[in-house]
Every structure is written in structure tokens, then in C-alpha cells.
Design a protein around this ligand. Structure first.
Ligand code: ADP
Ligand code: ZN
Ligand code: ZN
Length: 863
């Protein structure tokens, strides 16, 4: 009896099956490999989950060969009743094998976010390696000997072609033959029936492949090569090429050689055949940082606050040394929340932590919002860790990503830095995970699987025993609450710092005051007859900044602008009479019924509707209207007030091509513009030394969005935007224009007071039962008509209610059905439901959800 080697494979067909490993693959196949396996008549791709030995009879136990065994009970591993096991066909790409930690993470994602295991696993493979199996046809022995003249014309053509060209894919055949797919299929079937052709499969080439570079050099010493020149008298082109190589003895890429020596590849091959030169193939890394030229830098001495935080982080990292491993009595906390104001030196701490992790033989993972990956941040990392960095972001080509993946997987690169999806990078020696700007909503993936990269990172840290640092100037309410509860260790950097040259001519740390923030009450501007979108204070500050030759930023919150309804005299925003959510104005035609010309005010929580009032219910003013300003409007206003000012727009419309962020940033840094006008995009992480003034044109957009995070987002945004000013010098100024100067988010932003904001916000969350006091699941359905979407929502709401009473023991509630705030998207009418419960998992796993629904676990917004 021979022992079998078996594998469990998660298939793209969303099932896990057990296969036998054929002898040829035994020395090669590892857990995590992407393989091809047979499934009925097809070949499908899958990921190897487990490897185990089995005696071969149903009574033999199976022995796990791949710790940690994911499926603990051997009885689950395979079905002993299965009459025969089929063989794995092949390894798709020997370089691509997921790490054990990635596989465990995929299991968690599949369960938590309610997606298939294969879907979760494909998050972790590099893009472009999935391949398709293609059907091929070839002539049989019979087919080669038959007289084709006797066949009908269509069959004759196919057979001729196959006899001449050998095996061909259906795609290639289609290109060479006339006729529709159906006609061709009928012809193949007829030929096959006569036994003249046979079917096979082949795998299409993967889009991502290693790039191979070919290099040439002399195969013999120069003096011998010289003598060989004489033998080439009758082949002048070969002689010239050889002479060139004698003059240039270094390895030289073939294309460069051919261009420089003005030769062709036939001549080169001829020299190779004569044994005069060698051609060597070499794997080249496509390195997106290749053009980045940064001088290396040395770490500065830490500030006092940095030092205190560093001691805690260093102690956590030092557990990885052998000496510390023996001292397990009091394990140091290893998950941190680093709360530091903008410019307080968080990044410097990240750099230290990475240096320490690398020294201890561990890899580091750094997540940042996409925008921060513009060269500024990457430069800082590249300067400290030259050659160690693998950058992963959405602008990389498929080939570049594939190469970065393999560098990390082999351990050739110690640091992975990237946006959201970098959390799935293959890091076999992971020891440190950093999530910068952890509060950023862009960490949430807005298509299935709807994972949150920060939460995934937290899980990954637990799986791998890594040190975790969540960093932010404005931590998310969830993370700060977790720190209060002791789940994260809180580290604080309360002061902004910078480097200054001291009297001794050496660089020293200097603390900088945070910029002064003025809140302007826009209701007063109107009362005083200023009709510009810029208040008098903003105009004065802008004039002053331009006169001094400094730079300014004007910021607009685009999200949800133009749609909420506000009184310009008293700042009153219309709210729903039954649930006090903000009402928003909608103009769309409703299911073919003509709507009122002035639009309708809609509540997105309970679906209350009313006509917009002609007078403000608060002060009887007639100046009630919807609210919204675009970046172009701001640019126009600047040009009108300050002719000749150079402006730069930075918003979704001006950033469309690869590299646009970099170009805009460079232009502004080179002072090619005086005023930058932008949206959310400019709020994050940019270091703009010459900016002395920041103006928030309309702080109110966003404040009244019907979303429990509206206040949190507004506070975070205002704080981040204000943080762009005065990063090198004191005296910077921030102006916030608003109709609601007394709103707690605006007041807290004015005072740079995170704690005041947090206390208000957490009280509101406790009172309303929103996260972190419960978890949310949002269900969204879009349909061609409003009525259809509504009926679907009502049906699912009934199912959820009846299931919840049985499955959920704790307090729960269901919000809706109601139309979503963004009610029509891509011509679909959207309705939603929001389930609120301490732990919705038992319900979510039992609930049968009809196709077409979007299920968003832990949504970051409910619009
Ligand atoms: P954050 O990431 O919190 O915004 P940074 O790490 O970018 O803060 O630090 C702000 C500025 O202070 C940067 O210019 C940085 O180079 C400088 N800096 C940080 N730490 C030190 C230090 N210990 N000594 C001198 N300069 C420092
Ligand atoms: Zn009013
Ligand atoms: Zn309502």
C-alpha cells in the first residue's frame, strides 16, 4: 500500500474539494499554491489549503502535513465514500503561493464579510495571474489519412487547417474561419463524431509574467575573439558585431547592443551558433521606484513625547528577540493607537519601528490612504530604507504588481507600503503593521467583498502576532473607544514639532503652535450685505497671504453638497418632523409622476416627504434654499477679487490620469500657483511648507448628511485641512466659514480639541445606540423603478424581523425600509435597510438574501 499525498483545494467554483497530488508534482506542491484542478468536464483554478498524507484506504487516518491544520477534525477533510480521487492538473505559477497567515485571514474574511472562501483568497493573489482554460482541436490519425475532398465544404476547411497547423484553440480557429460560433460548433461536433478530430484543453497565457531580459557578452577572452575576427572575413556584419563586443566587454542588454552596433538579431544568433558569444537570460524586476532619486537620511533624536511612545513600541517589538521570548511573565501590550496632532512626529515613529522590526528579521506592512502614496511619503520611506521598499497602489501596472508580490513573498523586500489592498500582501515574516490615518473612510472597500482594511489589519496582527500601530490626528470613534476600553494601548503626541537649526549650527527640535482658527458666522455676512461666497475675514486673510508671497489653500467639502436645505439668515436646516434627520432636496422625476417644480424634501431615515417651505419655520425669512458651491465657482471668485492670482484646482475632475496627483503636488510645491482650490483629496497627509493660510469655504456641507458619522467626518476633515497650514513656521491662519458656528464639530475643530469632540460624539452614539455601542449591517437594493426597489426592501425587512426575533438574543432594531440618500445611482432606484445589533453575525449567517442585494457589514456610511 502506497501513501497518497492529498490536498484540499478551494475552487473558483466556490467549493472545497480533495484531490490527489500526482507524483510529478509531489516535490513542488505547497500549501497556498494556485493550481488547476478538474471539476466535471472543466478545468478550474483553485488554491491549495491543506496538504496531508493518507494510507489509501477509507479506514486510514489522514495526517496533516501543513501546520497549522485549518480543518481540525480529520473526518471533515475528505469524504471516505468518494469512490475515486482525481489528480491536481498543474501548478498555475510556482512563484505564487499564499502564506499560511494569508489563508487564515481569508477564512476570517469569508466568515465575517459573508463572501465565498475563494473570493477572499483571490484578494491575496496578484492581479493578472488568473488564466482561462481554452478548448483546443487537433486532427486524429484518422483525420490525417482521410480524403478531405469527400467532406462538406465547412468540415473540409476545418480539417485542412488542423492538418496543416496542428492543435489550435477555438479562438485561433475562429479567427481563421468564416461562420458563426454556432456553425463552427456544429462542424466540430460532426468531425468529432466521425473520429476525424479530437478535443483537448490548454491554458491561456497569464497576463502577469516575469520579465526576462536577455544580455550578451563574449564567450571567449578578447585576444582569442580577435583571432576569430579573421575567420569572419566573408561575413562582414558578424565581424562588425563581434568587433563591437570586443570593444565593449561588459554584459549588455541585447536590444541596446543591436541598436548601438547597428546589427540585427539574425547576425547575433549566427555568432552565438559559432560559440563566439553567450546570451544570458535574467529575471528583471519592474521597479516603480527606479526613477526615484533620494538621498539617504539619518534618524533624528526623538522629542520627549516621541521617546515615551517609542519606549512602549520598542518593548513590544523586542518580544521578537530570543532573550525576550524567555521572559513571558508579563507580556507587553502590542496593539497601539498613536494619537498625534498633524506634524507631531508620527511618521518618524513609524520609521523607527520599521527599522527595529527589520533589524529583528521581521517584515513591516504600512497602510496609508491612496493619496499619501504620491511620492512625498514614499520618498521619506525610500530615504530611510533604500532598496527595501515594495510599493503597492492602484497606479502600478500588472507586471509591476506581480514583481512586487514576488519580492515580498521571497522576503527580498522588507517593507510593503500601499493603500487598502496592500493589507493582503504576502509577508512570510510579518512583525509590524502600521495603519496611518486609521480613521480614513477610504480603507473601506466599496465593492464586494466590502472589507475594512483597518479591521483586516487588526485581525492580521492577531493571526501573525505582529505589533500593530494605528495612527491618526483624529482617531475614529471606534478606535478611540477601544483604547479607552483597554483593547488598544493609547500613545499621545500632543505637540506639533519641526526641525530648526540651533545657535550651534546643528538641527534641533522645535515645537510649533497649531495654527490659529477663526470661525466666521456666514449669517452675519449676509446680514451685513456681503453677498460674496468669501467672508470679509477670508478676503482679508487671502489678500495678506498673497501680498506676502505665501501660499493658501481653499477647501470645499464636495460630499453631499447642493442637496440640503438651509436658511441663509438663521442657519436653520430643515429636519424631519417624525425622526429629526436632516431633510434633503430631490429633483428627480418619481416613477414617471411629475414632481413639483421646486423639488421635494425627503427624509432618508423614515421616508417622510414634504414640499420645501417658502419661509423659514424658524425666523420667517424667505431666503431658504438648497446649498452648494463647486471648485470652479471658488476659482472664479478668486480671479474676480484678486485678478492675476495663479490658482490650481485639485479635485476629482482635475485628477484623471496616472501621475496627476504627483504633477499637481509638484507644481504647487514649486510655487507655480498661489492658491490651491481642492476637495477632500487635499486634506490628507500632504506636507506643504509654504502654506500660511487655509480657508474652508463651506463647512456646513456634510454636517447635515443623514448619517450617524456626519459629525465625526466633519470634525476629522476640518482638523486635517487646518493641519495643512503652518507646518514650518508659526503664525499660520485657518478660517472656517459656516452657518452653524455653535456646532460641536466646528467648535472642537476650532480649539484643536479632540477630547471635547470625542466626549460629545460618544455620548450621542451611546444615546442612539450607534457604533461602537452596536454593530450595523446595511442592506441596499437597486431596481429600475422606485416601487420595485421598495417592494424588495419591504420583503427583506419582513424576513429579517422574523428571523431576528429568533436568532438575536440582545437588543436589536431595523431602520427602514427607506430610500437611500444617494437615491438614484446609474439609473437604479436604491432603497435600504439598516440592522443594528450587538452581534448581527448569527442572523447574517442564517439569513437567505435574494440576489441583487448589497450587504455591507460594518458600513462606514449609510448614504
Ligand atoms: P506627522 O506624521 O505626525 O504629521 P512627521 O513625522 O511628519 O509628523 O513630523 C513633522 C515634521 O517634524 C517633519 O518635518 C519631520 O521631519 C520633523 N520631525 C519629526 N520628528 C522629529 C525629531 N525627533 N526631530 C526633529 N524633527 C522631527
Ligand atoms: Zn431662518
Ligand atoms: Zn424621518
Amino acid at each position: 500500500m502506497t501513501a497518497e499525498l492529498l490536498v484540499d483545494v478551494a475552487l473558483s467554483a466556490n467549493a472545497v474539494f480533495t484531490y490527489r497530488v500526482p507524483p510529478s508534482l509531489r516535490p513542488l506542491l505547497r500549501v497556498g499554491h494556485l493550481v488547476w484542478a478538474p471539476l466535471r468536464q472543466r478545468h478550474v483554478q483553485g488554491v491549495v489549503l491543506d496538504l496531508y498524507a493518507w494510507g489509501g484506504s477509507p479506514h486510514d487516518p489522514a495526517v496533516a502535513l501543513s501546520p497549522p491544520a485549518l480543518r481540525a477534525d480529520p473526518a471533515d477533510w475528505f469524504d471516505p465514500q468518494t469512490p475515486t480521487l482525481r489528480d491536481v492538473i498543474d501548478i498555475a505559477d510556482p512563484d505564487i503561493a499564499l502564506t499560511p497567515a494569508q489563508i487564515r485571514l481569508a477564512h476570517w474574511i469569508a466568515d465575517y464579510y459573508r463572501v465565498s472562501l475563494y473570493e477572499a483568497l483571490t484578494l491575496m493573489t496578484p492581479p493578472g495571474i488568473a488564466r482561462e482554460a481554452e478548448t483546443t482541436w487537433r486532427a486524429t490519425v484518422e483525420g490525417h489519412s482521410v480524403n478531405p475532398g469527400a467532406l462538406p465544404p465547412g468540415e473540409r476547411d476545418v480539417l485542412y487547417l488542423l492538418r496543416r497547423s496542428g492543435e489550435m484553440t477555438e479562438r485561433e480557429l475562429r479567427k481563421r474561419l468564416r461562420g458563426s460560433d454556432a456553425e463552427l460548433q456544429a462542424i466540430y461536433a460532426a468531425l468529432r463524431e466521425r473520429g476525424l478530430i479530437a478535443r483537448g484543453t490548454t491554458l491561456a497565457r497569464a497576463r502577469a509574467r516575469p520579465r526576462i531580459e536577455r544580455l550578451a557578452r563574449l564567450a571567449l577572452p578578447p585576444d582569442k575573439a580577435h583571432r576569430a575576427l579573421e575567420g569572419l572575413a566573408r561575413a562582414p556584419r558578424q565581424r562588425d558585431l563581434l568587433a563591437y563586443l570586443i570593444d565593449h566587454p561588459d554584459l549588455i542588454p541585447v536590444p541596446d547592443l543591436l541598436a548601438a552596433a547597428n546589427a540585427d538579431s539574425g547576425t547575433l544568433r549566427a555568432l552565438e551558433r559559432r560559440g563566439l558569444i553567450d546570451i544570458i537570460a535574467r529575471d528583471v524586476w519592474r521597479d516603480p521606484l527606479a526613477l526615484l532619486d533620494v538621498p539617504p537620511d539619518t534618524p533624528p533624536t526623538l522629542s520627549l513625547a516621541q521617546q515615551r511612545a517609542w519606549d512602549a513600541i520598542a518593548a513590544a517589538l523586542d518580544r521578537f528577540t530570543d532573550a525576550a521570548a524567555e521572559d513571558r511573565a508579563a507580556p507587553a501590550p502590542t496593539h497601539f493607537l498613536l494619537h498625534g496632532v498633524t506634524g507631531s512626529g508620527k511618521t518618524e515613529l513609524y520609521l523607527r519601528a520599521i527599522a527595529r522590526a527589520l533589524r529583528l528579521g521581521r517584515q513591516a506592512l504600512v497602510l496609508t490612504p491612496e493619496i499619501a502614496l504620491t511620492t512625498q511619503m514614499v520618498r521619506r520611506f525610500a530615504a530611510r530604507f533604500p532598496g527595501q521598499l515594495a510599493v503597492l497602489h492602484s497606479e502600478l501596472s500588472i507586471g509591476e504588481r506581480y514583481d512586487q508580490w514576488r519580492r515580498l513573498r521571497r522576503g527580498d523586500a522588507g517593507i510593503a507600503i500601499g493603500s487598502r489592498s496592500a493589507v493582503f500582501a504576502p509577508l512570510p515574516n510579518l512583525g509590524l503593521i502600521i495603519v496611518d490615518e486609521e480613521h480614513e473612510p477610504s480603507y473601506k472597500h466599496d465593492a464586494a467583498p466590502r472589507y475594512h482594511a483597518r479591521d483586516v489589519a487588526q485581525r492580521l496582527a492577531t493571526i501573525t502576532g505582529s505589533v500593530l500601530i494605528l495612527g491618526s490626528a483624529t482617531p475614529s470613534v471606534e478606535s478611540y473607544a477601544a483604547a479607552r476600553a483597554g483593547h488598544l494601548r493609547l500613545l499621545e503626541l500632543p505637540e506639533r514639532i519641526t526641525t530648526a537649526t540651533g545657535p550651534d549650527g546643528l538641527p534641533h527640535i522645535r515645537t510649533l503652535p497649531l495654527p490659529h482658527v477663526t470661525v466666521v458666522d456666514m449669517r452675519r455676512e449676509l446680514a451685513d450685505n456681503n453677498r460674496s461666497i468669501f467672508s470679509r475675514a477670508l478676503q482679508a486673510a487671502l489678500a495678506e497671504t498673497l501680498k506676502r508671497g505665501d501660499q493658501a489653500i481653499l477647501f470645499l467639502n464636495r460630499r453631499g453638497s447642493a442637496s440640503f436645505f438651509l436658511c441663509r439668515d438663521c442657519g436653520h436646516a430643515m429636519t424631519c418632523p417624525s425622526c429629526s434627520s436632516p431633510l434633503t432636496l430631490h429633483q428627480e422625476v418619481d416613477d414617471g409622476h411629475a414632481t413639483s417644480p421646486g423639488g421635494v424634501l425627503v427624509c432618508h431615515t423614515c421616508n417622510h416627504r414634504e414640499l420645501p417651505p417658502a419661509l423659514c419655520p424658524n425666523c420667517w425669512s424667505t431666503r431658504v434654499k438648497s446649498f452648494g458651491i463647486g471648485t470652479q465657482r471658488v476659482v472664479d471668485e478668486i480671479t474676480t477679487l484678486f485678478p492675476g492670482t495663479r490658482t490650481l484646482r485639485w479635485d476629482r475632475d482635475s485628477v484623471t490620469r496616472k501621475g496627476d496627483h504627483d504633477r499637481l503636488l509638484d507644481r504647487f510645491l514649486r510655487h507655480e500657483a498661489d492658491v490651491l482650490v481642492g476637495t477632500q483629496m487635499i486634506a490628507k497627509g500632504l506636507d506643504l511648507p509654504m502654506v500660511r493660510m487655509v480657508g474652508v469655504v463651506a463647512a456646513d456641507t456634510g454636517l447635515y448628511l443623514p448619517d450617524f458619522r456626519a459629525g465625526e467626518r466633519a470634525f476629522q476633515l476640518l482638523t486635517q485641512v487646518a493641519g495643512r497650514a503652518g507646518r514650518r513656521e508659526a503664525g499660520a491662519h485657518v478660517i472656517i466659514q459656516t452657518y452653524a458656528p455653535e456646532h460641536y464639530a466646528i467648535r472642537a475643530a476650532q480649539e484643536h480639541d479632540y477630547h471635547a469632540f470625542y466626549e460629545q460624539e460618544i455620548a450621542f452614539r451611546r444615546q442612539t445606540g450607534y457604533p461602537p455601542f452596536a454593530r450595523l449591517v446595511r442592506f441596499v437594493y437597486g431596481a429600475g423603478s422606485d416601487a420595485r426597489a421598495r417592494r424588495a426592501a419591504e420583503a427583506l425587512a419582513n424576513d429579517i424581523r422574523s428571523l431576528a426575533t429568533r436568532r438575536l438574543t440582545d437588543d436589536w432594531s431595523l431602520i427602514g425600509p427607506a430610500p437611500a440618500f444617494f437615491r438614484v445611482q446609474r439609473n437604479r432606484y436604491r432603497w435600504h435597510l439598516i440592522l443594528r445589533a450587538l452581534d448581527p453575525t448569527p442572523l447574517i449567517q442564517a439569513l437567505r438574501i435574494p440576489p441583487g442585494w448589497i450587504v455591507d457589514i460594518d458600513p462606514v456610511h449609510v448614504l
